[in-house]
Design a protein around this ligand. Sequence first.
Ligand code: FES
Length: 97
Amino acid sequence: MVSVFLEDDNIKVKVPAGTTMKEVALKSGASMEFGCRVGDCATCAVHVKSGMLLLSDKQDKEVKALEIIGGNLSEIRLMCQCSVRYEEGEIVISYGL
Ligand code: FES
C-alpha cells in the first residue's frame, strides 16, 4: 500500500496500486476542488512535494493543461489525471502551487 498525505487537510490514507488520485481526494473528504474532472481546467492542480515517481506518467492532455498554468511542471500534477502505480512508498500533496 502507498501512503498518501494530503498536507493541507492533514489527511493520510493508504491505497493500493491503481487507485486514482481523484478517488483519494474524493473518498478521503479532502477540501480540494475539482472542476471538469477530465483534465481540461486544471482546477485540481496540486504540488507533489514527494513521491512523484509513484504516480502514473503524464499524458499529453495533462501536460497541455499544466503548461497553461505554468510553474514548475516537474512538481505539479492534476489530481483527476493520475493514479498510484506502485505498491509501496509515500506521496505528499499540497494544494498550494
Ligand atoms: S478537474 Fe479539471 S483538470 Fe482536473
